[in-house]
Design a binder for this molecule. Structure first.
Ligand code: ASP
Ligand code: MG
Length: 433
């Protein structure tokens, strides 16, 4: 049994869906296919949620855009559309029923209730298209199998229940191909829950783990995992082989190739992960397994833009000790802030986080005890398996605010060149530098 995962880009148009069907056809047996919402539909559903919760007059216009996008694809894929339209109309009625009642004030709950339809709709269309071209398959609602806690928008898997459910519901007897959704799940009470943006990779890995799959293939619009983002860097090279450990490191540092939670379940059962191109499916892609010695030919570069460096110093001139650090982290974890880099000296603790409106909340929470300086519009560069040449290339003529080097990893927080402006003062307790 193997698991394929197709992301939004691979099913964004009628042509793309035909291509995916061809890839499925080439495999044909004992296959579980996990599919995301089409194209940028999850963003559209997010717009819909915002409109619905703010009681915007645009709410139903956004729903129409969603309908039109899918209808357009259906018109290109099907001559007789009765079956697929009947199924989709039921789903759109469910959405309308939600939109016609007053939302609760729990944003995340309402979000999960609506956003999950992106995946439900995309899988119905692909499954029906496969039926049309005589590829027998079974459509499965993953929400009856993957069960999480009530943590809306970032559900945490309840593994024992999920494993039993998947083993019961994913029997490959009636069809050799099962089609299901990524990213979505359900709480024990039966409410829809999402697993965090880009969570479909993780879904594929959960299913593979529960079914002891031979392998998972994540189909992407790039050749495999590259040593840097080809949209930003020239002369990127594909990495042929990685191991679980290195891949987790890359995901942790912010490489966007694979959702970070994907690796652990696969590693636990030693399930091979392939990252391949849906444009050139015959090419080898990247293989991720438990190989010990990696042959990394070029440094791997991970760039995170839009970073803020916050330096926190106790006002009473006490040292940055365990007590201070735990106070600071308490605030960060309550605000659900991910720290991308940290560094401390005797009297100051610095963190680098993604820029967002949460920064002011951090300051609000800490300013009575700490003086805070911050610096926005920065870049965080991580170089795995660095060499001096790459470091020089990336940091030449740049103002380096933080530098950290370990045996395999060099990290730099640098100022964007056109950003030497002094940022506005937030208040007397927080000085932007
Ligand atoms: N459709 C979801 C998203 O866009 C999940 C995924 O693509 O993995 O975030
Ligand atoms: Mg996606």
């Amino acid at each position: 049994m193997i698991v394929y995962k197709f992301g939004g880009a691979s099913v964004a148009t009628a042509e793309a869906i035909k291509n995916v069907s061809q890839i499925i056809l080439n495999e044909k047996t004992n296959l579980v296919v996990v599919i995301s919402a089409m194209g940028k539909m999850t963003n559209k559903f997010e717009e819909l949620v915002n409109a619905y919760l703010t009681n915007s007059i645009n709410t139903f216009n956004i729903l129409s855009e969603i309908k039109t996008y899918h209808q357009d694809i259906i018109n290109k894929l099907f001559t007789s559309k009765n079956e697929v339209n009947l199924k989709l109309n039921n789903k759109f009625t469910e959405i309308e029923n939600i939109l016609n009642i007053k939302p609760s004030n729990n944003f995340d709950l309402e979000y999960d209730k609506l956003v999950c339809f992106g995946e439900i709709i995309s899988t119905i269309i692909v499954s029906e298209y496969l039926n049309k071209i005589k590829i027998k398959n079974l459509w499965i609602d993953i929400r009856n199998s993957i069960i999480t806690d009530n943590f809306y928008r970032d559900g945490r898997i309840i593994w024992e229940i999920t494993e039993k459910n998947i083993q019961n519901n994913f029997e490959l007897t009636s069809a050799n191909i099962l089609i299901t959704q990524g990213f979505i799940a359900s709480s024990q009470e039966g409410n829809s829950i999402t697993l965090g943006r880009e969570g479909s990779d993780f879904t594929a890995s959960i299913i593979a783990y529960c079914l002891n799959a031979e392998s998972v293939t994540i189909w992407k619009d790039v050749e495999g995992i590259l040593n840097a983002d080809p949209r930003i860097f020239q002369n990127t090279v594909k990495i042929d082989t990685l191991n679980y450990k290195e891949t987790v490191e890359l995901a942790y540092y912010g490489a966007q190739v694979i959702h970070p939670k994907t690796i652990k379940p696969l590693q636990n059962k030693n399930i091979t992960l392939f990252v391949k191109s849906f444009i050139f499916p015959e090419k080898a892609g990247t293989i991720i397994n438990n190989v010990k010695n990696l042959n990394i030919l070029k440094p791997i570069i991970i760039l995170k833009d839009n970073q803020t460096l916050i330096s926190i110093s106790p006002k009473d001139f006490s040292f940055i000790d365990e007590l201070n650090i735990s106070k600071i982290f308490n605030v960060l974890s309550t605000l659900k802030i991910k720290v991308n880099l940290m560094e401390n000296s005797a009297v100051s603790f610095s963190i680098v986080v993604d820029s967002s409106d949460k920064i002011t909340k951090i300051i609000e929470n800490l300013k009575s005890t700490y003086s805070i300086k911050y610096n926005t519009n920065l870049k965080l560069i991580t170089i795995r398996h660095y060499n001096q040449e790459t470091i020089s290339e990336l940091t030449l003529n740049k103002t380096i605010l933080v530098e950290q080097k370990t045996r395999y990893t060099a990290r730099y927080v640098i100022q964007n060149t056109n950003n030497n402006l002094i940022n506005e003062l937030y208040n007397a307790d927080a000085i932007a530098v």
